[in-house]
Design a protein around this ligand. Structure first.
Ligand SMILES: Nc1ncnc2c1ncn2[C@@H]1O[C@H](COP(=O)(O)OP(=O)(O)OP(=O)(O)O)[C@@H](O)[C@H]1O
Length: 297
């Protein structure tokens, strides 16, 4: 993997505009810099421009105005194949990405293009399939796998490339709870290894648990570039962007309003806060005068 020191400006969109041939303006003057080592969630309503933005980072789209730099290179002057050494992409729909009749060949395709063969290639494929729990399917036709398995197969293909930047469009869609947790764990591990990760997602638990930074897009514009916490505190922005807070964050905000706790609650912290509130006695004033607290007839 090319080494970009942590904090290095790796992906840059400068005054980026994208108008499709149909005349649809999908991005309007977006300015954003993603630094090496960041884990960034990109969220917003359907059609907000999330995929359009990220497809500029792997060179599949070129700016109709403005500039996109990847590792300092203008994407207009670099081929998609060259950019694929730095940025790999998991598409929303796995069937747009799977072309081979055997899972091994599917996952081996990218590393083979990088010149790998023999044992090194076998090991890359084996460890990528192992990471997504598909090792047992190595000789199967991907078409025989479930949609969730095919999605994980595309994640394995990206893992096998070991590129510095990974962009994943809805990585947890089509996965059951355990599979989603497994994907989250893989992403966390990759992040700790120094990969830069962009997640396009509607999964707000994924945002809360994984992202350090959130980009909110709305109608082709960057509405927020901040932390998940900043996002969750902006009720009107959440509404505009068609987002909801994860239930645990909702609970945290309600507990804060009651003065109970200011951090994300765990079962233990919640029990401790409630116990101390019970020891303090009820906050509702009860008038001791007989008859004063009688219920309405
Ligand atoms: N190839 C295309 N030709 C014309 N319009 C397009 C094309 N691709 C996307 N668009 C339009 O550009 C806008 C942004 O689309 P984009 O796919 O980037 O949104 P998104 O935020 O990723 O949405 P979703 O969450 O549904 O994937 C939408 O209005 C979409 O219909």
């Amino acid at each position: 993997m090319d080494v970009f020191p942590a904090g290095h400006p790796l992906l840059q969109a400068q005054q980026l505009k994208h108008t499709f041939r149909t005349g649809r303006c999908a991005l309007q003057s977006v300015n954003v810099t993603i630094h090496a080592g960041e884990m960034v969630a990109i969220i917003g309503r359907n059609g907000a421009g999330k995929t359009t933005l990220t497809k500029h980072f792997n060179g599949l789209l070129k700016p109709t105005a403005g500039t996109v730099l990847v590792g300092g290179q203008d994407t207009r002057r670099v081929s998609v194949a060259q950019l694929a050494r730095t940025v790999s992409y998991v598409f929303q729909n796995p069937d747009h990405q799977i072309f081979h009749g055997r899972l091994f060949d599917e996952v081996a395709f990218g590393p083979r293009n990088l010149g790998l063969s023999g044992k090194e290639l076998d090991q890359r494929v084996a460890s990528a399939l192992d990471a997504v729990n598909l090792a047992a399917y190595v000789d199967r036709d991907p078409a025989e796998l479930s949609r969730g398995q095919r999605k994980r197969a595309t994640i394995a293909s990206v893992l096998a490339m070991k590129t510095p930047v990974l962009i994943l469009d809805e990585p947890t869609s089509g996965q059951d709870y355990q599979e989603s947790r497994q994907i989250m764990a893989i992403l966390q591990q990759l992040h700790q290894q120094g990969h830069t990760i962009l997640l396009i997602t509607h999964d707000m638990e994924l945002v809360q648990e994984q992202a350090q930074r959130v980009l909110v897009l709305g109608d082709g514009q960057l509405l927020l570039d901040g932390s998940p916490d900043e996002l969750f505190r902006q009720a009107s922005l959440l509404q505009i962007a068609g987002l909801r807070r994860p239930p645990i964050i909702d609970l945290q905000h309600r507990l804060e309003e009651l003065g109970l706790t200011a951090s994300v609650p765990t079962a233990e912290s919640l029990a401790a806060a409630l116990a101390s509130r019970i020891q303090q006695g009820p906050s509702v004033h009860v008038d001791p005068t007989p008859g004063r607290n009688a219920a309405c007839p």
